[in-house]
Design a protein around this ligand. Structure first.
Ligand code: ATP
Ligand code: MG
Length: 257
């Protein structure tokens, strides 16, 4: 087992009192598994990734990551590269803070940039890159640290549809080449069906794991595959009630407020 989350609870102090974001989350992710999490807005998906990344502490429960030394790395919707560093500088930055010597940093960065097919752009600055290239750079920066787990929070949500399709192909290839364990949050059920070995469905807030769906389609998968559409529909059917709950709450709030 790579990640084990047991009975994890998380509350926030909101402007209208306590908000229970997560309520008794249990999940396990196997070594090398690709797991997608889908759920309505505000159900606690980002909170869950931040807890696993160690950026927040749970109020209750425990999180175990079999890490062999490294820490899970979290990749966000915005690539969040340092604008004053080149692509290579960005990739080397984390290695530098770990005290890794210059020659090794250099070699690791170039190797990782090769993996994400960005080596030719090593000397470019972030503002000179397209959105897809920025996400490749963010992926390289994460992979250079050789993390035990890659946590991805809607990493492709801001990309146009064509670039997103390419990134789906690329992420499948990189995952196959590196054997990384991936936990990937998305709103996009087709994306989940394309990438996941297993899709976890969360309820509307307070977030709980409601269900899971195994995806056994052969890889590499393409979002335009009709078989994939069928899986995406199954996921969406499971999700519908939860999305309705969120909409209802928003409307109720508007009427009573
Ligand atoms: N720092 C915070 N302070 C107060 N409330 C918070 C904080 N962070 C998150 N919340 C609340 O906790 C709940 C879960 O938030 P979270 O960002 O984890 O949801 P999400 O599933 O990632 O949503 P989305 O799909 O919109 O990204 C929401 O109701 C949110 O308003
Ligand atoms: Mg979120």
């Amino acid at each position: 087992m790579k990640i084990a989350v047991r009975d994890v609870w998380r509350q926030y102090n909101g402007t209208h009192g306590l908000v229970t974001a997560l309520e008794g989350i249990d999940l396990e992710v196997g070594e090398g598994e690709f797991v997608c999490i889908v759920g309505p807005s505000g159900c606690g998906k980002s909170t869950l990734l931040e807890l696993i990344a160690g950026l927040q502490e749970p109020d209750r429960g425990e999180i175990i990551v079999n890490n062999g030394g490294g820490k899970p790395v979290l990749i966000f919707q915005e690539a969040a590269l340092f604008p004053w560093l080149t692509v290579q500088g960005n990739v080397e930055f984390g290695l530098k803070t770990q005290g890794i010597a210059k020659a090794e940093r250099h070699e690791t960065a170039l190797h990782t940039l090769e993996l994400v097919r960005l080596r030719k752009f090593a000397a470019f600055y972030p503002h000179q890159l397209s959105g897809g290239m920025k996400q490749r750079a963010a992926l390289a920066r994460a992979l250079a640290l050789d993390p035990p787990v890659l946590l991805m929070d809607e990493p492709f949500a801001a990309l146009d549809a064509q670039t997103r399709d390419i990134m789906h192909q690329e992420l499948q290839r990189i995952w196959a080449e590196t054997g990384k364990t991936v936990l990937f949050v998305t709103h996009n059920v087709r994306e989940a069906a394309c990438l996941a070995d297993r899709v976890l469905l969360m309820t509307a807030r307070p977030g709980r794991i409601k269900d899971h769906i195994e995806v056994t389609l052969p890889r590499p998968r393409s979002v335009s595959d009709p078989a994939l559409t069928a899986v995406a529909h199954v996921v969406l059917d499971h999700l519908k009630d939860e999305i309705l709950k969120v909409e209802q709450e928003a409307f109720d709030g508007a009427w009573t407020g």
